[in-house]
Design a protein around this ligand. Structure first.
Ligand code: ADP
Ligand code: MG
Length: 693
């Protein structure tokens, strides 16, 4: 139950004075549906109205608040002329100018002979002091209300600044005093105000410095948000962990056989990842571990060895891939190793024939099949395991937290290993997952050469085709990726088909085409032909991005590279350079290049380090955009800025960890206060993991 004290903040914005249904919709669009959302809508700028000169002292271009006596109204003869009101003080006269001014309204606002305080930007027009559309016109007794530093809020079309200011003021007024949820010592050390006064301060900035993320009021609010998020993640994780786990320990006999069949040695990051995972599996708690590494860094092998550990202990293991293509590829990678180890391995996808599917389901249910690789078909209800101990979920470039739970709930106490090829910058990692255990593969397998990456304008495509011709003569295999056009699969396809025709005309019989609309078997036939060298050029839409493994391919051509994100370019390039041969990546761009696109291409030329590229991507795009907050599982931050508040994020992580250690059910006085914090940031999901009370 949400604490009573928060009720006023969780009312609809339309409950605020001056916000009816029409403005309510706009406020909802701008900030959110509830009063608390307005509280979080912090000012983006200020206007200092404390400058109160005499008319004669007013300087052009400055904002001034001037006290005047209203004089004559000059009503225009034609609607194209402005409405003018002459006013004055002892030092001189000033003209207030209104375009499309309504006479009755202006006569009520500025009655001749009376004193008014006006505030706005001063202009000098034809030698006269002028103010066009003053922001404020008030009677003398309200002078103090405008003679101040005014907060300026971000707006949405149709919503005036004054309405938002008023609504925010009303929201701030409603904010209750809440029990302090922050650690007293930490709070004192930071010199931060209380929650309520932090809001009051943040909405009443006294100068530019008050808008900075480091300002104590803003920092405190950011920390509150980060703490709520870190605590919520930690609570959910803690809850999952104390659910019964199992200890899975193998004797190494199957792994030894599989490793003996490999023609290469493990890299040292593979070795340490394998050791970390084995240690987790052996623990009685549930494992949730992320295996992070660039495309081609050898994650599949690491995961497979973990799966064998489960089999050694007498249990089963499953690996789920996001696409049919990838599932088949993992299966192909793993099958010979499973053979060498003498373990029964099956493939389960949505496209299996009835008989085969039945056999697989039976084998999984009775335990005669020990390992399975598949697509989402694995989480269908009809799939039952005799004893599933480990679920591996390959998310490739995806970054989602939701679906994976489905597979681990297939059996009790399933350990979970998530593979991702997205090198996630450290800050985002922490924000999205909190203290998740991570194994990183930081090296490429031995003997790989750097990829020669070049950028060139699309006009030189003719030269590229010629160069490809020379490389084909030397038996190269080439990926040719066609332009990506957001939101139009059809145009993507048309482009790819045209490129296919063009290249086929030049390199007859050597070119294949794959795209997302193709039927599975047809696409696989083409892929196989390319993998086996019967085709030399594979024209593709971005379907190849998600995991195609053809080590013999050494050339990657990407058309309209400026339209791709950095992460995507990196993933695509990772399709080559997977063998000891020298690889080339040609990034073709359309001119003129925008500044960001230019920076992206420069980074691609400069480095192949996925973690570095991810950091640059974050810098170029900002956190939200990088991942698309909604689908990413990344919490939508309103007050915290992951770049500016990275240190606070660490502190929030540490604090959350301490709370979970000392008071995991949040029953202490601070714990009670923290529950309110969770509700405040709508983390009801985390509160639900707590015992009632
Ligand atoms: P990822 O899943 O990280 O993209 P893979 O597991 O598919 O990478 O590995 C890419 C290729 O590298 C595969 O062909 C795999 O057999 C090979 N490979 C894996 N580990 C090594 C290693 N230590 N040395 C050489 N080749 C390796
Ligand atoms: Mg792989």
């Amino acid at each position: 139950m949400r604490p009573q004290s928060l009720t006023p903040l969780f009312a609809q914005v339309t409950s605020l004075p001056g916000i009816g249904p029409r403005l309510g919709k706009l406020v909802e669009k701008l900030a959110g549906p509830l009063v608390v959302d307005l509280l979080w809508h912090l000012p983006v700028a200020i206007i200092d109205r404390r400058n109160a000169p005499l008319v004669a002292e007013a300087k052009a271009g400055e904002v001034a608040t001037i006290t005047v006596t209203v004089g004559q109204h000059l009503v225009p003869h034609s609607p194209r002329q402005p409405y003018r009101v002459w006013c004055s003080d002892d030092s001189g006269r000033i003209c207030l100018t209104f375009f499309n001014g309504r006479e009755d309204y202006l006569r009520r606002l500025l009655p001749p002979g009376e004193v008014r305080v006006v505030s706005g930007k001063v202009e000098i027009y034809q030698g006269e002091v002028q103010m066009t559309h003053p922001n404020h016109v008030v009677p003398l007794d309200q002078r103090d209300s405008i003679l101040r530093v005014e907060p300026v809020y971000g707006l949405t079309a149709g919503l005036p600044q004054k309405v938002v200011q008023k609504a925010v003021d009303a929201a701030v007024e409603r904010a209750p005093d809440l029990q302090e949820w922050q650690d007293a010592t930490y709070l004192a050390r930071q010199h931060w105000p209380s929650w309520k006064s932090a809001f009051e301060r943040a909405h009443a900035p006294a100068g530019e410095a008050d808008l900075q993320p480091e300002h104590p009021a803003r920092a405190r609010l950011a920390f509150d948000e980060l703490l709520a998020s870190q605590l919520a993640i930690a609570l959910v994780r803690h809850h999952n962990r104390i659910l019964a786990g199992r200890s899975t320990e193998g004797d190494g006999r199957l792994r030894k056989r599989a490793l003996a069949s490999l023609p290469f040695d493990l890299t040292s990051s593979q070795e340490s990842a394998i050791a970390e995972i084995a240690a987790d599996l052996a623990k009685p708690e549930r494992m949730v571990r992320l295996l992070q590494g660039d495309v081609g860094s050898g994650k599949t092998l690491v995961a497979f060895l973990a799966m064998l550990t489960a089999v050694e202990s007498g249990a089963q293991a499953a690996m789920m891939a996001p696409t049919e293509l990838l599932a088949r590829q993992h299966f192909a990678t793993i099958a010979p190793l499973a053979d060498a180890a003498g373990v029964a391995l099956a493939l389960l996808t949505g496209r299996d024939g009835q008989r085969q599917k039945k056999a697989t389901l039976n084998g999984l249910a009775d335990g005669s099949i020990q390992l399975v690789v598949g697509t989402h078909a694995l989480v269908q209800e009809e799939v039952e395991f005799a004893d599933l101990a480990l679920a591996v979920v390959d998310e490739q470039h995806r970054f989602g937290v939701h679906q994976r739970m489905a597979l681990s709930s297939k059996s009790h106490a399933v350990d979970l290993l998530v593979m991702t090829a997205t090198p996630i910058p450290r800050t985002l990692m922490l924000a999205a997952y909190g203290d998740l255990d991570v194994s990183k593969l930081t090296e490429k397998p031995a003997g790989r050469q750097p990829i020669d990456t070049r950028t060139l304008p699309l006009e030189r495509i003719g030269e590229v085709v010629e160069a490809v011709g020379r490389m084909l003569a030397a038996n190269a295999r080439v990926y040719w990726v066609c332009p990506l056009i957001e939101e139009s699969e059809e145009i993507d396809l048309a482009n790819a088909e045209e490129r296919y025709r063009l290249l086929s005309a030049r390199f007859s019989g050597k070119v294949g085409l794959v795209h997302g609309r193709m039927k599975g078997p047809e696409r696989e036939a083409t892929m196989t032909a390319f993998a086996e060298g019967r085709l030399s050029i594979l024209v593709a839409t971005t379907v190849i991005e998600v995991g195609v493994d053809v080590p013999a391919a050494t050339v990657m051509v990407i058309e309209h590279a400026e339209r791709f994100g950095l992460a995507q370019l990196h993933q695509l390039r990772g399709r080559v350079g997977r063998d000891s041969a020298k690889s080339t990546c040609l990034l073709l761009y359309a001119q003129p290049l925008g500044e960001t696109a230019r920076a992206r291409l420069a980074i691609m030329r400069e480095t192949e380090d996925g973690f570095r590229i991810a950091e640059e991507d974050l810098r170029l795009r900002g956190a939200g955009e990088l991942l698309g907050t909604r689908q990413s599982g990344l919490p939508d931050m309103r007050l915290a800025d992951l770049a500016a508040h990275a240190e606070l994020l660490q502190a929030a992580r540490d604090d959350a960890r301490l709370v979970i250690d000392r008071d995991p059910e949040l029953t202490s006085p601070r714990g009670e206060a923290l529950r309110a914090l969770l509700y405040l940031f709508r983390r009801d999901d985390a509160v639900r993991t707590l015992r009632a009370g």
